[in-house]
Design a protein around this ligand. Structure first.
Ligand code: PMP
Ligand code: GLN
Length: 380
């Protein structure tokens, strides 16, 4: 057995959701909304399930969806993508990331990762034979230190894996950070693998800037998106990859033997979603911003220290302010004794550098957030 996977614990999201079920807790751990998702997209998926298509679609994705993806990113992010050669549909962002790492890394290649990092990244990099170089981003700003990032790049740096907006910190990299990263990628001939699944879930008037749009990055960026996050349909696992044709040809080789394809009925429904008017995206953001404010406000009223949340479905509380320094123990007690599941942020730092933050998902109906707040009253 391969030791990388044989020695892995079960992902914190599954473990926490299981504890939430076992203890009848309110699950603010794993990130998923309790809203069923947009009715018109689900209806389109249901129609396509009855009427088809239901046989293998083209390996790169339904032409209609690839066209919708190219048009969508042109409209929202000013990218000009050829749907024929620069767009591919995958089974979730997870497949896109795994495939890209398999396709891009040769054993011994160095891969720069930022912590906090989504928990799939490091095992996938290691299993592909990559040598991780981890740059820690520290709260509350979670911005890269220029010297540390510059030092992390060497002449063996093949890939830098960037998650922007960043889960779990709920922050965005700013223009200066992206410009620095672009300069370093160009200087070291590095491919940027950009996990931008949270690109639409940004608040307070902020706009997401894709690294692909920075000078010199068009031909060396692999951009990854997820319909699960854009449309609050996390179980659908419809992802997209965008890259210039020479890179895409290699990525397609990984995709053809990982999943080959993605359910065509879901693809048809996602195409409809991507064509929605700008107003729909604004309303979606406004709805989540209201939920964020409800949970953050309620936590502050109850004495918690809440970090700013500028994106994603998450906010973080600082438990050091409560005299607590072990986020795992705090989350265990929270779920087993108080009936609220949350995620310890140390799970996103391979060296455990940060142990005083706890992530809560606010993508829930008001009564659920209020009930969680009631259960947490008295803890701070
Ligand atoms: N990357 C990040 C940063 C995520 O937060 C998630 C899911 N929450 C994923 C990837 C996985 O996306 P998908 O469900 O489309 O595979
Ligand atoms: N990305 C989701 C989160 O951050 C979880 C996804 C999963 O459970 N694998 O909570």
């Amino acid at each position: 057995m391969n030791p990388v996977f044989a020695n892995l614990p079960t992902t914190v999201f599954e473990a926490m959701s299981r504890l939430a079920r076992d203890y009848g807790a309110i699950n603010l751990g794993q990130g998923f909304p309790d809203d069923p998702g947009p009715a018109d997209i689900r209806e389109a998926g249901a129609r396509a399930l009855i009427e088809g298509p239901n046989q293998y679609p083209p390996m790169m994705g339904l032409p209609d969806l690839r066209g919708a993806i190219a048009a969508h990113y042109g409209r929202h992010q000013g990218l000009s993508l050829d749907p024929e050669t620069e767009v591919m549909v995958t089974s979730g962002a997870t497949e896109a990331l795994a495939g890209a790492l398999l396709a891009l890394i040769e054993p011994g290649d160095e891969v720069i990762l930022f912590a906090p990092m989504y928990d799939a990244y490091l095992p996938l990099v290691q299993r592909a034979g990559g040598v991780p170089r981890i740059v820690n981003l520290m709260p509350p700003a979670f911005r890269p230190d220029e010297a540390a990032l510059t030092d992390a790049f060497t002449d063996r740096t093949r890939v830098v894996l960037l998650n922007n907006p960043l889960n779990p910190s709920a922050t965005l990299f700013d223009g200066e950070d992206l410009a620095l990263l672009a300069r370093l990628c160009c200087h070291h001939d590095t491919v940027a693998l950009c996990d931008e699944v949270w690109e639409h879930v940004v608040f307070d008037g902020a706009r997401h800037t894709p690294l692909m749009a920075m000078p010199g990055m068009r031909g060396r960026t692999v951009k990854v998106g997820s319909a699960g996050k854009i449309f609050s349909l996390t179980g659908w696992k419809v992802g997209f990859v965008m890259a210039e044709a020479p890179l895409m040809r290699v990525l397609a080789k990984a995709h053809q033997f990982l999943t080959f394809t993605t359910p065509p009925n879901l693809q048809a429904a996602v195409a409809l979603g991507l064509r929605k008017e700008e107003g729909w995206f604004e309303a979606m953001r406004a709805g989540y911003a209201r939920s964020r404010d409800r949970l953050a406000g309620g936590l502050r009223e109850r004495g918690f220290t809440v970090l700013p949340s500028g994106a994603t479905w998450f906010l973080n509380i600082d438990i050091a302010a409560l005299g607590e320094h072990d986020d795992v123990a705090f989350c265990e007690a929270l779920v087993t004794r108080h009936g609220v599941a949350a995620i310890p942020v140390s799970a996103f730092y391979p060296d455990g550098a940060v142990r005083h933050l706890v992530r809560l998902c606010f993508a829930k109906a008001d009564p659920t957030l209020d009930a969680a707040l009631d259960r947490m009253a008295g803890l701070a």
